[in-house]
Design a protein around this ligand. Structure first.
Ligand SMILES: Cc1cc2nc3c(=O)[nH]c(=O)nc-3n(C[C@H](O)[C@H](O)[C@H](O)COP(=O)(O)OP(=O)(O)OC[C@H]3O[C@@H](n4cnc5c(N)ncnc54)[C@H](O)[C@@H]3O)c2cc1C
Length: 456
C-alpha cells in the first residue's frame, strides 16, 4: 500500500506531526507511523517511570498543540494531578499525556483518516519509480509514501574515546546509553560512578542513582565542568528583545546579553526574552559565527537556557555541597582498566597535565552535542544514497525554512521533511516541546496544503 504520509519515529515529534495530520487530512488519506519503540509517544525523554524525572519546562508551556495552549494543564487536572501553569510535572505523566492526546483524536474524529502504527525499525530508504520513498523495515516489510517526515530524535552520542584493554567483565560497566535505565539496578550502593557530560541527562542519572539507594561517590567530567542552572521559583517577566537590533556576531551578542543581564533583577528574564527570537537570531549568523558559538559559547548557552525545576536543582545541589558529586573540567583522553576498575584519563582544562578518575562504572551522558547523524544507521544509509545531506556543522541534516530536506541529488517528487533535533542546523533551538510543536504543525500544514487535488 502507498501511504500519503509516512512518519518515521515514535517519540514526541512523531506523535505531534501525526496529531496535526489527523486533524487536517480528509478521511480518504492514509498515514503510517513507523517506530521501533513499544511506547509510541514516549520516546527517549518521556519513557522514564521515575516520578523524580521531571519536565524542565513548566506545565503551562507543554501543550502538544500550539493552538490549544492549556491542553496539558487541563489533562493534568482531569487526571487528578492539578498543577499551576508554572509547576513542573513528571516526564512519565507527560508521556501518558502525549499518547492519550493522539488516542483521543483517533477516537473522536468522525470520518478521520486511516492511521497504521507499525512497530519496526526503518533500516533503509530508496527512491521508488512510483514517485514514492520506500522504507525497508527491520521486520522484512516495506512501506512507501508520497510524503515522509523523519522524527528520529538525536540518539545517543558514541563514547568520545574507545576503551583500550578493558576486559568484558568491566566493559559491561560502561553504560553507553543511560536511557536504558536497567543499568541502575546493577549498581551497588558503594560503587564509584564516573559520568561523562554535565548536562540535564547527568542530573537525571545522579538523582535516579540516589533514589535507588546509591551512596557512593559520583565524579562528573565535562569540557568545562558546568552544570545546568535552576528555573526561578517565581519566573521573572521575559525582557522584550528585538532580534533586529542585535549584532550578528557571537562576541557582540555576548556583550549585549551581559549588559542586559546587569540591567535586570534576574538574568533569566533576558534568556526568556531571547527565547522566541532564538531561531531568527541563529539564521542571521554566518556559518563561521555559528561554528564559533558551538566552539566557545555552547556550554554557557546550555546551562542558562536549558534549566532545571527548582526542586530538582535543590536536590542535586545538596549532593554537590556534601561532596557526593564532584566536578572535573577536562577532555577525556583514555579509558582503560586497572585493578578491576575503570580508569578515565583526562587532560585538565587549560593545563597540560593528565589526571585520572577511577570508578566502578562509567556512564556516557554526552548526549546530543556530538550525535549528528552518525548514531542512526538509517540516516547513514540515506546519506550514502544522497537522499539527505548532513548540515555543514554536523548537527543533523540539511533542511530549508519549511523543514523540507534539501538534497540536490534527489530525483523523486516524493517530499521528505524532518522534525525535531535533526533540524538543528537550520533552527538551532529545536529540541524542546515549545519549539517542536510549532514545527510539527507547520510541516503538517505544508503537507496538507500541497496535496494534489487528485488525492482528495
Ligand atoms: C532526558 C530528556 C528529558 C527531556 N525533557 C524535556 C522537557 O522537560 N521538556 C521539553 O520540552 N523537552 C525535553 N526534552 C527534549 C526532548 O528531546 C523533546 O521534548 C522530545 O521528546 C523530542 O522528541 P523526538 O520525537 O524528536 O525524539 P525522541 O524522543 O528521541 O524520539 C525519537 C524516536 O524515534 C525512534 N527511532 C529512531 N530511529 C528510528 C528508525 N530508524 N526507525 C524507527 N524508529 C526510530 C526512536 O526509537 C525514538 O523512539 C528532553 C530530552 C531528554 C533526552
Amino acid at each position: 500500500m502507498t501511504y500519503d504520509v509516512i512518519v518515521v519515529g515514535s517519540g514526541f515529534s512523531a506523535i505531534a506531526v501525526t496529531c496535526n495530520l489527523v486533524e487536517l487530512l480528509p478521511a480518504t488519506a492514509k498515514i503510517a507511523v513507523v517506530g521501533d519503540d513499544a511506547g509510541f509517544g514516549r520516546g527517549t525523554a518521556y519513557r522514564t517511570e521515575l516520578y523524580l524525572h521531571r519536565l524542565n519546562v513548566p506545565a503551562g508551556r507543554m501543550s502538544l498543540l500550539p493552538h490549544r495552549p492549556d491542553d496539558f494543564a487541563d489533562w493534568l487536572k482531569a487526571h487528578g494531578r492539578p498543577m499551576q501553569a508554572g509547576d513542573f510535572a513528571s516526564r512519565s505523566d507527560y508521556g501518558l499525556y502525549v499518547r492519550d492526546t493522539l488516542a483521543r483524536l483517533l477516537r473522536k474524529r468522525d470520518g478521520r483518516c486511516r492511521v497504521d502504527f507499525i512497530k519496526a525499525k526503518a533500516a533503509g530508504c530508496v527512491e521508488s519509480y512510483t514517485n514514492t520513498l520506500a522504507f525497508h523495515l527491520g521486520n522484512g516489510d516495506e512501506v512507501a509514501g508520497k510524503n515522509v517526515v523523519l522524527c528520529l530524535g538525536v540518539g545517543n552520542a558514541d563514547l568520545p574515546v574507545e576503551p583500550t584493554g578493558v576486559p568484558s567483565s568491566l566493559r559491561s560497566r560502561i553504560v553507553e546509553n543511560p536511557w536504558r535505565l536497567s543499568w541502575l539496578r546493577r549498581v551497588a550502593p558503594s560503587d564509584a560512578v564516573c559520568i561523562l557530560g554535565s548536562g540535564l541527562t547527568m542530573i537525571d542519572q545522579v538523582l535516579a542513582l540516589r533514589a535507588r539507594g546509591h551512596r557512593g561517590r559520583i565524579d562528573v567530567l565535562s569540557r568545562r565542568g558546568l552544570a545546568p542552572l535552576s528555573h526561578a521559583r517565581t519566573p521573572p517577566a521575559p525582557l522584550p528583545i528585538d532580534v533586529h537590533t542585535l549584532p550578528a556576531t557571537i562576541s557582540g551578542l555576548l556583550k549585549i546579553l551581559r549588559e542586559k543581564s546587569r540591567e535586570v533583577a534576574d538574568w533569566r528574564s533576558v534568556m526568556d526574552g531571547l527565547r522566541p527570537a532564538t531561531q531568527a537570531l541563529w539564521q542571521r549568523l554566518s556559518h563561521e559565527e555559528r561554528a564559533r558559538f558551538l566552539r566557545h559559547a555552547l556550554p554557557w548557552w546550555n546551562i542558562h537556557r536549558h534549566r532545571v525545576a527548582p526542586d530538582v536543582f535543590a536536590g542535586f545541589e545538596r549532593l554537590v555541597l556534601d561532596g557526593t558529586v564532584r566536578f572535573h573540567a577536562g577532555f577525556l583522553k583514555s579509558l582503560e582498566a586497572e585493578d578491576g576498575r575503570l580508569v578515565a584519563g583526562y587532560r585538565v582544562r587549560a593545563k597540560r597535565e593528565i589526571d585520572e578518575i577511577r570508578a566502578d562504572w562509567l556512564v556516557n551522558c554526552t548526549g546530543m552535542e556530538r550525535a549528528g547523524i552518525s548514531h542512526s544507521p538509517l540516516l547513514k544509509e540515506m546519506s550514502r544514497f544522497q537522499l539527505i545531506v548532513p548540515d555543514p556543522l554536523g548537527l543533523g541534516i540539511q533542511v530549508d525554512a519549511a523543514s523540507e530536506v534539501t538534497a540536490p541529488s534527489r530525483i523523486s517528487p516524493a517530499r521528505l521533511f524532518a522534525v525535531g533535533a535533526l533540524t538543528a542546523g537550520q533552527f538551532w533551538e529545536i529540541t524542546a516541546v515549545p519549539d517542536i510543536r510549532v514545527q510539527a504543525k507547520a510541516v503538517a500544514e505544508v503537507i496538507v496544503k500541497t496535496r494534489p487535488a487528485s488525492d482528495t
